[in-house]
Write a protein that binds this ligand. Structure first.
Ligand SMILES: Nc1ncnc2c1ncn2[C@@H]1O[C@H](COP(=O)(O)OP(=O)(O)OP(=O)(O)O)[C@@H](O)[C@H]1O
Length: 274
């Protein structure tokens, strides 16, 4: 369904992404790992068409995504929603309006100017927030929510676009371990329950191993590993991080503790009461 061929992005003399090729045949959850500057963000931004490729091709179900312009490009950006490390919400706007922003690409300028949202969209936004366990925060300003809650609002905004692919650029890098787990659980559910492909840049090995069906490792803009979590041995990780024999996995660990599902549910219930 998604085919990336020799995708390259140069910034002046620096090649951020260097002839990257991979194919996603069926919906799955993919983690992209690698040290800082390996090219992970640039790769995701090219897939979403936020950044133009210098060379190479992106195809989705036979369609050349790299060639899309105007409305067709915006439609593609709805099909592959993006989630960012810093949530990118409008802080002073209420949660439900932030979620409704996910429909921006298919609304008229006039409707956007006057903040006119169809009733059906408002109901859907609340349903999505409810599914993510944060419906009770719908009227609050986004800035009043915790980081973990804000990232779940960002996920809700992405789901509002009904995307085929969800691209997440370091979605848990700013979160504490418990909230990181909630967000990763949500991304996994979005894949399993909705059949959406999730591609997430992750800065820690343990998260990639635990949540992903497939892990892609990048080093200096190139793919140096593409396999299952089981194939991601310490030796393979050492190659990805370009580390010497003293490489330690703990330096790439989030220490996400294994929280019992009941514990997570208890936290969600407590949050609902706030
Ligand atoms: N807009 C830009 N202009 C110039 N250079 C850039 C730009 N964006 C990225 N780069 C460079 O491209 C390389 C890859 O950056 P990128 O952000 O994709 O890496 P990354 O693996 O996502 O790293 P991090 O985890 O730190 O975000 C880096 O050398 C970076 O400095």
């Amino acid at each position: 369904m998604l085919k990336i061929t020799k995708l390259t992005r140069k910034f002046g003399p620096n090649t951020a992404v260097d002839a990257v090729s991979f194919t996603v045949e069926k919906p799955m959850m993919i983690g992209i790992i690698g040290r800082s500057g390996a090219g992970k963000s640039t790769l995701l931004r090219m897939v979403n068409r936020l950044t133009d490729a210098t060379e190479g091709k992106i195809e989705f179900e036979g369609r050349d995504v790299t060639a899309l312009k105007g409305d067709a490009k915006r439609a593609w950006q709805s099909d592959c929603a993006m989630i960012f490390q810093q949530f990118n919400l409008v802080p002073r706007m209420d949660v439900v309006s932030n979620v409704l922003h996910g429909t921006l690409n298919r609304r008229s300028t006039l409707a956007t100017m006057f903040n006119l949202y169809p009733q059906a969209d408002i109901c859907r936004a609340i349903e999505i927030l409810d599914r993510l366990g944060i419906a009770e925060h719908a009227p609050k300003r986004a800035e009043a929510l915790s980081g973990g809650q804000q990232q779940r609002v960002a996920i809700a905004r992405a789901l509002m676009q009904d995307p085929r692919i969800v691209l997440a650029d370091e979605p848990i890098a700013s979160l504490d371990p418990m909230n990181a787990q909630l967000v990763m659980d949500d991304l996994r559910r979005i894949h399993e329950e909705d059949g959406r492909t999730v591609i997430a840049n992750l800065h820690t090995l343990d998260t990639a191993r635990r949540y992903c069906d497939r892990v892609i490792g990048m080093l200096h803009g190139r793919i140096v590993f593409d396999g299952t979590p089981e194939q991601l041995t310490t030796g393979a990780a050492r190659d990805i991080y370009g580390a010497d024999a003293g490489f330690s996995e703990t330096s790439t660990s989030t220490s996400i503790e294994t929280l019992e599902r009941a514990g997570v549910r208890a936290m969600r219930t407590a949050e609902a009461a706030i």
